[in-house]
Write a protein that binds this ligand. Structure first.
Ligand code: ATP
Ligand code: MG
Length: 503
């Protein structure tokens, strides 16, 4: 049997003037009477393929002319460079073979709501946006692995069925494990600490489960987290590690995925600024910012911006609705419908922001030392910066039991969160770990945990305890920040959320 295809669309540059066979799916078809323009997609790119009636068998021409969106086929023809064409090349088709005729593909070029698209996720993955996001996800994940592999870290796969809670019991997913009650891993950290005492520098990377009951744009119930853990490290060195790590992810995406970032309309200029040093604030400084006069002004200016954007959009909405009524052709009406839908989505988001702005401003103003920074507080601080921000030294009372108390101020711990800039918020949480046996036992008791569940973890503090620390970076949040996606559900092929376990 001969091959299905002789080259991929992203290799066409090597074949100008030569005949190739492509195999893929029909993205869009436009007919100009005696010429057909087939947009073929093959996973590596999109290519316009031109079929002239005179040049091929009339029956085949007729078959192609009636193909539905997402039909699968092979096309053969000569490659020619064409600057105006997507991808820069075209195919002058001389032969074709249809594999499967697709009829009434449910996702049409006109806009659909999120609910609809999520229900059709298995088909929506073929859309250009999802394609671009998943390619970026692939780059992010390989950049993550390369960074640690190139910096002397050993990969350790930590278990998913676990007995020990790492991050607070309210987000545990219980499982019946034969006759025992266990839960799904919220973090690999505790196990990873044991491996750090063997290898020095280790990381784990896998699915992570948290029964998040709040429906926010930054929480999934199943997400992917990468966690390095290092023995003999200081907090300052840990911050540098996180900074270099995030810079390397961003620069790899910029290097490999320009095209995808363009498709997504991501803010490439801002990404190019992501270089060290990042901003460093203590929790106390963050609280001062939140309560300060500058924040009051900032929030007022923000509200003003939202209101004027809303006004402009409403005017545009009116204008487009009138144009739609007077449009003669169906395709014109459809095109306007897509724009109207997008404006309505943005207006909905703006209305929420306008409603929330005063609440968030008040929360910030009334912030009291000792509370954890909430999503809106993080958003405010993140909006005020153009590069990631480390917030360090949170109050001990709001943080996990294993975090090490600061030696000069026992009320705070040696930890940090990294907030992505421009309003995105937290992407990393990390800390030094309590290495003293008695202090750790005290924390376990304070939290009401059963020391027996942690006996192996406590052993690390008995047999050659060493200063160590690490952090966890959420993959979907990182992708959402880099791409500019508003909701992290778009950043994993099959998102899992509280009220939805999609196909
Ligand atoms: P948040 O306060 O936003 O819920 P967290 O403090 O619970 O985050 P950590 O326990 O520090 O988060 O987890 C480390 C990282 O894992 C976070 O910075 C984030 O990138 C990611 N992460 C945590 N929870 C989720 C979730 N439910 N969905 C997606 N990513 C998450
Ligand atoms: Mg959380």
């Amino acid at each position: 049997m001969t091959n299905y295809y002789s080259c991929k669309i992203d290799e066409l540059a090597n074949y100008t003037g030569k005949e190739v066979t492509l195999a893929g799916w029909l993205n869009r078809l436009r007919s100009g009477g005696k010429v057909l323009f087939l947009m073929l997609r093959d996973g590596s790119g999109v290519c316009q393929c031109i079929v002239e009636k005179e040049k091929i068998d009339p029956e085949l021409f007729d078959e192609l002319k009636h193909l539905g969106q997402e039909s699968s086929l092979q096309l053969t023809g000569i490659v020619r460079a064409e600057e105006r064409s997507v991808g820069g090349y075209e195919i002058a088709v001389s032969g074709a073979k249809v594999f499967c005729k697709s009829k009434d593909f449910p996702i049409t070029p006109k806009a659909h709501g999120v609910e609809f698209l999520m229900k059709h996720r298995h088909l929506h993955l073929r859309s250009q946006r999802q394609w671009a996001i998943n390619r970026i996800r692939h780059t992010v994940i390989s950049a993550v692995r390369n960074f640690f592999n190139d910096n002397g870290f050993t990969l350790i796969d930590t278990p998913i069925f676990t007995t020990a809670a790492g991050e607070g019991e309210q987000t545990l997913f219980g499982v019946d494990y034969f006759d025992e009650k266990l839960h799904l891993s919220q973090t690999g950290q505790l196990y990873l600490e044991t491996a750090a005492m063997s290898h020095g520098k280790v990381y784990c990377f896998g699915p992570t489960f948290r029964a998040e009951k709040s429906k926010t744009r930054r929480h999934l119930t199943e997400f992917w987290m990468v966690e390095p853990e290092v023995a003999w490290i200081t907090l300052e060195e840990l911050l540098s590690l996180a900074e270099n790590f995030v810079c390397s992810i961003v620069s790899t995406v910029l290097e490999k995925n320009r095209n995808e970032l363009d498709i997504l309309g991501s803010d490439i200029e801002s990404l190019e600024k992501i270089k060290g040093p990042f901003y460093r604030l203590t929790y106390c400084e963050a609280v001062e910012i939140l309560k300060g006069e500058k924040t009051v002004e900032f929030m007022a200016a923000q509200l003003e911006g939202f209101l004027s954007r809303e006004k402009r959009l409403k005017e545009k909405l009116k204008e487009l609705t009138e144009n739609q009524e007077s449009a003669k052709k169906q395709w014109q009406k459809d095109k306007i419908a897509t724009e109207l839908n997008e404006i309505n989505i943005e207006l909905g988001e703006l209305a929420r922001k306008i409603e929330n702005n005063p609440k968030h401003a008040k929360l910030a103003k009334d912030f009291v030392w000792g509370k954890d920074l909430g999503g809106s507080d993080e958003t405010i601080i993140s909006l005020m910066h153009d590069k990631p921000i480390f917030v360090t030294h949170y109050p001990k009372q709001v943080k996990a039991f294993y975090m090490k108390a600061n030696k000069d101020d026992a009320k705070v711990v040696d930890n940090f969160d990294m907030l992505a800039p421009a309003g995105f918020g937290e992407i990393i949480g990390g800390s030094m770990r309590e290495e003293n046996y008695d202090a750790l036992m005290e924390r376990i008791n304070e939290h009401g945990y059963n020391p027996q569940d942690y006996s192996w973890y406590l052993d690390l503090r008995k047999f050659g305890s060493a200063p160590h620390g690490g952090f966890g970076l959420g993959i979907e949040r990182t992708i959402a920040w880099i791409t500019g996606e508003k909701h992290i559900r778009q950043c994993i092929a099959y998102p899992r959320m509280m009220d939805k376990v999609y196909i």
